[in-house]
Design a protein around this ligand. Sequence first.
Ligand code: ADP
Ligand code: GN1
Ligand code: MG
Length: 370
Amino acid sequence: MLQQAERTLQEVLDAFDFGGQVAGVLRYGQGHINDTFCVYVQQADGDAKRSILQRINTDTFRDPAGLMENIVGVTEYLRRVIQEKGGDPERETLTVIRTKKGEAFFTDSTGGAWRAYHFVKDTVCLQQVQTPEQFYQSAWTFGNFQRLLADYPAHTLHETIPQFHDTRDRYKKFEKAVEANVCGRAAEVQAEICFVREHQADCAVLMDLLESGKLPLRVTHNDTKLNNVLLDKKTGCGLCVIDLDTVMPGLSLNDFGDSIRFGANHSAEDEPDLSLVNFDLELFEIYTKGFLGAAGDALTAREKEMLPWGAKLMTLECGMRFLTDYLEGDHYFKTHRPGQNLDRCRTQFKLVRDMEAHWPEMAAIVQKYS
Ligand code: ADP
Ligand code: GN1
Ligand code: MG
């Protein structure tokens, strides 16, 4: 049976101008949220031109118009700044392909929302760190993204997912899911439920500092996984930050923390064998060096001091979100096998434990590069 996205693909392809006759379309990438396709167009010189086409997940992103307004605003701003700095905006930021009618996205006959981007060629997108240098490059690229957007008018951005990284609120949603226990799965995950409850007080640490004005609200990416940055295939250098759906006002610590959660280890996010899942302090140091090297001056002393908290809370929060989704029947994150969200949750909690065991070393590393 065709998946929802494939059902309207033809009318969607007709709505955009990809620069020629479409020769083929294939599913692409490994994101957990949107449906991503690569569109191939045969050019006169015989080369195939590629574009990225995505069906925006409107269960997750309820306001695709606001979301696309954010993305058009941010990418056009980045384009100008990159140009002023002598960079290549075609490769260093995303470029939105408009519909034939000039819109930033297309709504199909079933209500599905679609957008398209230029394909950034000759890049690599990693699911796991292979060499420390790659992690350093991703750190620099995300740190630089933060710096480039430091003066972007944050108040013009729509909040594409309300309370996205409000860890206190994520805790409440987790408790609701435990209580509702709609799939009857709570009994089998008692150990994980206890782990979250032991960390309830931690969930408030950064939100409290934000509310008391001790941490600033900034324009942040909010989903800084390694596979949301493209590296240049030839030079290996960090090139382009992608997946801008969650760009909105947030905490710089969360951008730092989400990268650490995903990248500062040598296992997949859903690795079932926890003996293979270990927080890697060396990678933590490399990321800290790259991120602070690029964003450093733009951050306050308190933000820098709290970076280990960013790492721990984003990892805890993400584990809590995977567990919540598991309890609710796996409707948020794409899964490809039973138990995948529970495996994802367990890797995150293992990483939190490792971070707690290495807390003084993490603080010393941050101090060294501050
Ligand atoms: P999701 O929100 O589902 O994670 P992404 O926007 O991250 O979707 O896209 C999924 C994958 O598609 C990325 O991890 C990357 O491999 C690829 N991709 C996305 N945009 C581009 C682009 N403009 N050029 C090349 N590859 C891209
Ligand atoms: C989702 O879209 P993707 O795959 O880059 C999720 C992130 C999670 C991540 C866990 C909008 O990211 O918040 O940290 O999965 N994105 C959204 O891998 O919920
Ligand atoms: Mg992504």
